[in-house]
Design a protein around this ligand. Structure first.
Ligand code: HEC
Length: 106
C-alpha cells in the first residue's frame, strides 16, 4: 500500500528512539550505518566515508519516500543481503512519520 501522511515531529522522536542506534541525522556523521542526513532523493551507497555492502551499492535504488516506505518495513526484502541489521517497522504510520522527518534533513 501507499504511505499515509507522516508527522515529522513524531518521526524525529521515532528516529531518535529506533534508527539512532546505528544512524545519525547529522551531515557526514557515519556510525554502524551511514548518516541519513539528506538521504531522501539520494542514490543508495554513496555517503562518503561509509563502507557499504555490495548488496546496497548494487541495488541501484534511489531513496524516494515510496521506496523508503517499503525498505523500512522489511530491509532484507528490498535489498537482499544488506548488512542493515534491523528487522523492519511493521506500523505504516510510524514508517510514514520517520520518512516525514527524513525529508526535513536537508
Ligand atoms: C542495527 C543497526 C541499524 C538500525 C537500527 C537501522 N539501520 Fe539503517 N542501515 C544500517 C546499516 C549497517 C546500513 C548499511 C547497509 C548496507 O551497506 O548494506 C544501513 C542503511 C540504511 C539505508 C541506506 C542508506 C544509503 O545511503 O544507501 C537507509 C535508508 C536506512 N538504513 C534507514 C534506516 C532507518 C530509517 C532506520 C530506523 C527505522 C534504520 N535504518 C535503522 C544499520 C541500521
Amino acid at each position: 500500500g501507499s504511505a499515509p501522511p507522516g508527522d515529522p515531529v513524531e518521526g524525529k522522536h521515532l528516529f531518535h528512539t529506533i534508527c539512532i542506534t546505528c544512524h545519525t541525522d547529522i551531515k557526514g556523521a557515519n556510525k554502524v550505518g551511514p548518516s541519513l542526513y539528506g538521504v531522501v532523493g539520494r542514490h543508495s551507497g554513496i555517503e562518503p566515508g561509509y563502507n557499504y555492502s555490495e548488496a546496497n551499492i548494487k541495488s541501484g535504488i534511489v531513496w524516494t519516500p515510496d521506496v523508503l516506505f517499503k525498505y523500512i518495513e522489511h530491509p532484507q526484502k528490498i535489498v537482499p543481503g544488506t548488512k542493515m541489521g534491523y528487522p523492519g517497522q511493521p506500523d505504516p504510520q510510524k514508517r510514514a512519520d520517520i520518512i516525514a522527518y527524513l525529508e526535513t534533513l536537508k
